[in-house]
Design a protein around this ligand. Structure first.
Ligand code: ADP
Ligand code: MG
Length: 265
């Protein structure tokens, strides 16, 4: 049995997945060997860990036939291993195809057999197409966390992702609220989590230092290690490692979802 903990973070585009993934990775980097796998065509999960954008697997494969580990695996903050699947050009092909190609290359290069204590997948979840379901479907990830705010579209995506997790018999470890600061936000999130048979594992407040760190291509943990925001990410990272509560989610149907959301307006 492998001792590696393998988690996937899903959520709508722009909701704050990459920020959470990179800061969690940074939080564990001192005492764990961490691998971060960016599975979003935006390919910017690892930018704040490495300090710049790294070449994606899809792009590398296009130009180099015999791709080796050094072409696609980059070392980030405190020796975090970083890869980006990448995606096709906008308007061409399925956005999730990069993930399928990336996974088979990582397997072929033996990257999963390296000694990682923690592997984190950052997965776009607006559409639960074949490619984006791969980390779950093929058991690359054992646990899933969903990032959402209290906004309609973010929760709509979170509910849809839950449908995918249920179908694939995945284990949902909880909801992470990346706050937008809307009215009743925490109330909405707690009730949403309960409705889908899950719980809230972390609450990340909105804070401008996140963007200040991002401009410098750094995580909050690196740029503002003593800030309360850095502490929030450390606490979340810890809660995820210690988490023992996993469920098969019970997503709402669309009518139920609309009734749920309207209640708070
Ligand atoms: P995703 O990976 O889900 O597409 P990102 O992590 O790239 O989302 O975040 C989208 C934008 O929101 C980024 O510019 C990021 O700096 C900003 N952001 C994320 N979380 C926070 C937060 N807690 N406070 C302020 N800005 C945030
Ligand atoms: Mg992202």
């Amino acid at each position: 049995m492998s001792k590696t903990k393998k988690i996937a973070i899903y959520g709508k585009g722009g909701i704050g997945k990459s920020t959470i993934v990179s800061n969690i990775a940074a939080a564990h980097s001192k005492d764990k060997k961490v691998l971060v796998i960016g599975c979003d065509p935006k390919a910017d999960t690892t930018r704040t860990l490495v300090g710049e954008r790294i070449p994606t697997i899809l792009d590398t494969l296009k130009t180099k036939k015999n791709t080796v580990t050094e072409d696609i695996l980059y070392i980030g903050y405190n020796n975090v291993d970083c890869v980006e699947s990448g995606g096709p050009e906008p308007g061409v092909g399925c956005a999730g195809r990069g993930v399928i190609v990336a996974m088979s290359l990582l397997e072929r290069l033996g990257i999963f057999s390296k000694d990682h204590d923690l592997i984190i997948y950052d997965v776009l979840g607006d559409v639960v197409c074949g490619g984006f379901a791969v980390p779950l479907r093929e058991n690359f990830a054992d646990e899933v966390y969903i990032v959402t705010s209290g906004e309609y579209m973010a929760l709509y995506a979170a509910n849809n992702i839950s449908k995918g997790i249920k179908k694939l018999k995945g284990k949902l470890g909880g909801i992470i609220c990346n706050c937008r600061g809307i009215d009743n936000e925490l109330e909405i999130i707690y009730e949403f989590a309960e409705k889908i048979n899950s719980n809230v594992i972390g609450i990340v407040p909105r804070n401008e230092i996140v963007q200040k760190s991002e401009i410098d291509a750094k995580t909050v943990l690196e740029k503002f290690p003593n800030s309360p925001q850095a502490e929030v990410y450390r606490k979340l990272a810890n809660s995820i490692i210690l988490n023992k509560k996993f469920v098969i989610p019970q997503p709402m149907d669309i009518e139920e979802f609309d009734i749920f959301f309207r209640k708070f307006q």
